[in-house]
Design a protein around this ligand. Structure first.
Ligand code: URA
Length: 212
């Protein structure tokens, strides 16, 4: 897996505000939106384009446009939904799939409760949105599902990651067809698999504590 930690003072300042427990839900949503747009700039660096002839007020020239089929964006329910607007602002033609997984308390494995991914993901630029890469189990399952449906490459966009999760996803996908773009890699996971220092429960902070 190719890992890009976006090292930028504006990203760091917004991430610090996001971590602060005094940040309210409206502010938190706004910060997530801003951060995703900044991360998306890096995440879309290799998006597929093709030449297009254009006429400016002065002359004709050649520009580029995104290829078809359009990119596929997959927020992981529920917290990934808070990242959707920030990404599709840059890719307005993108189609959106959804991945819902819950942790099976007996096996500790993620189990699918909502698979709204296209049957055929071939030939698309695919972006998976999940704010917190903690143990990596969910992200591995979603990326596996997309590769099994023909995606040639998958870019995961996360706000925060734990080293344990980055290691797990990297070991599962050692090639350069899977990428991670993240604002910071934190210290570790705690005994409840929360990221430390982290920002708490991203879903709760985005949406309140209604059930997933
Ligand atoms: N999910 C969260 O929302 N927070 C964490 O710290 C880890 C996983």
């Amino acid at each position: 897996m190719l890992v890009t930690v976006v090292d930028h003072p504006v990203v760091a300042a917004k991430l610090s505000a996001l971590r602060d427990q005094a940040t309210t839900t409206p502010e938190f949503r706004r910060l997530v939106d801003d951060l995703v747009t900044l991360l998306a700039y890096e995440a879309t660096r290799s998006v597929s384009v093709e030449p297009v002839a254009i006429t400016t007020p002065i002359t004709t020239t050649t520009g580029v446009r995104l290829t078809t089929p359009p990119p596929l964006v997959v927020p992981v329910l529920r917290a990934g939904v808070g990242m959707l607007d920030g990404l599709i602002r840059l890719l307005p033609a993108a189609e959106v799939g959804f991945a819902g997984l819950a942790r099976d308390e007996e096996t500790a494995q993620p189990s699918w409760y909502a698979d709204r991914l296209p049957e055929d993901a071939a030939g698309r630029d695919v972006f998976v949105l999940d704010p917190m890469l903690a143990t990596g189990g969910t992200l591995v399952a979603v990326v596996e599902a997309l590769l099994a449906r023909g995606a040639e490459a998958v870019t995961c966009v996360c706000l925060l990651a734990a080293p344990e999760g980055v290691a797990r996803v990297s070991e599962t996908f050692p090639g350069d067809n899977v990428s991670l773009v993240v604002a910071a890699i934190d210290e570790r996971l705690d005994e409840r698999s929360y990221i430390v220092p982290g920002l708490g429960d991203a879903g709760d902070r985005l949406f309140g504590s209604a059930p997933a």
